[in-house]
Design a protein around this ligand. Structure first.
Ligand SMILES: CC(C)(COP(=O)(O)OP(=O)(O)OC[C@H]1O[C@@H](n2cnc3c(N)ncnc32)[C@H](O)[C@@H]1OP(=O)(O)O)[C@@H](O)C(=O)NCCC(=O)NCCS
Length: 325
């Protein structure tokens, strides 16, 4: 039986020009390049200039994805921006991006699931496509995490970076089995009991300020390793597949040690895992589309290959998307 599938037709990335190295952070707080490299794998991150907004990065990434897909903005029916660092409390950053792109039809909205935001956004877009509401959707992950950091807190300020990545998702007809191109399945989870392990101290209905990130790093690490491996196994099982079927893992880029531990638990070689955390740091909802764009630029994915995209973030939220390139 034929069915609609959501296929990635284009990817794009945008990173602020300004690069902040570990050595530059070490000049501000009591840390050093060796500690950061050994505990996180991060060497540098991009940081938005004063006045450079999440919507600016999102717009650039979207333009790059449209160009890669060979499409104009008139072809797009909807825009989803996954972000935890919106330009303003309201309206949605996605509507600003819609205006920036010159899109005067369709609709645009934000998704908030912190570092899992892109997985959530992709899932919503896929459901909207398969339900027949839209045919082409821009799904963007965009963040200016630097705005949420306490630059005197060495346990968090070393980890995060700014950037945006985007994909164009398009409806195509498939056979309805796992040989189809496009998204095969999505799997979302959250557990609100884990709030205190990773959160921001502010918000409109609490402090009325933006606040800054607080994290119990070791505990987050432990949960991340458990969930990041389990959710991939779950996605594969739901499709009657095993790790041996997987060509590429595109994980949320939080910490190289988390990626190493996930690879070990899955018994996957690191060569099959896309790694950008060394250059980007943790860019929250932007990290997976940035990793996709980087892998595409390097010509890594071949048509027909099986990819698992996965993330864990504050909430906790976590999830995975299995797709055929
Ligand atoms: C944050 C993280 C890198 C810390 O690494 P860790 O090995 O767990 O280190 P700990 O927190 O146990 O701290 C070990 C020591 O290093 C110190 N330390 C912490 N940050 C430091 C820094 N930037 N530079 C130097 N020393 C630091 C601590 O104070 C502690 O010192 P002590 O032993 O004297 O108390 C790690 O826990 C992590 O990556 N967690 C997951 C975070 C994450 O991914 N969050 C986002 C999820 S979406």
């Amino acid at each position: 039986m034929t069915m609609l599938r959501s296929v990635i037709k284009g990817v794009g990335a945008a990173l602020p020009e300004k690069i902040l190295t570990n050595a530059e952070i070490a000049a501000r707080v009591d840390t050093n390049d060796a500690w950061i490299t050994q505990r996180t794998g991060i060497k540098q991150r991009h940081v938005a200039e004063e006045g450079e907004k999440t919507s600016d990065l999102a717009t650039k990434a979207a333009q790059a994805a449209l160009a890669h897909a060979g499409l104009g903005i008139d072809a797009i029916d909807a825009i989803i921006v996954a972000t935890t660092t919106p330009d303003e409390t309201f309206p949605a950053t996605a509507t600003r991006v819609q205006a920036n792109l010159g899109m005067h039809r369709g609709f645009a909205f934000d998704v908030q699931a912190v570092c899992s935001g892109f997985i959530y956004g992709l899932t919503i877009a896929d459901q909207m496509i398969r339900g027949g509401l839209v045919r082409k959707v821009l799904v963007i992950g965009a963040e200016t995490m630097s705005r949420l950091l306490d630059w005197n807190d060495r346990t968090t300020c070393i980890l995060f970076g700014d950037g945006a990545g985007a994909v164009v998702l398009q409806a195509e007809s498939g056979k309805g089995d796992s040989s189809d191109r496009g998204i095969l399945s999505s799997h979302l989870f959250s557990d609100g009991r884990q709030h205190d392990l990773l959160y921001v101290t502010g918000g409109p209905s609490t402090s009325k300020n933006v606040g800054s990130i607080k994290m119990q790093g070791r505990e987050v690490f432990r949960h991340a390793v458990d969930h990041m491996a389990d959710v991939v196994l779950h996605a594969l099982k739901e499709n009657n597949m095993t790790v041996a079927d997987l060509d590429w893992l595109v994980p949320h880029q939080a910490n190289l040690r988390i990626l190493n531990a996930t690879a070990e638990k899955l018994a996957m070689p690191m060569e099959k895992i896309i790694v950008t955390v060394d250059k980007h740091g943790n860019t929250s909802a932007a990290s997976i589309p940035l990793a996709l764009a980087s892998a595409v630029a390097e010509g890594k994915f071949k048509p027909g290959q099986l990819l698992a995209l996965e993330a864990l973030g504050g909430g906790f939220t976590w999830g995975a998307v299995l797709l055929r390139w």
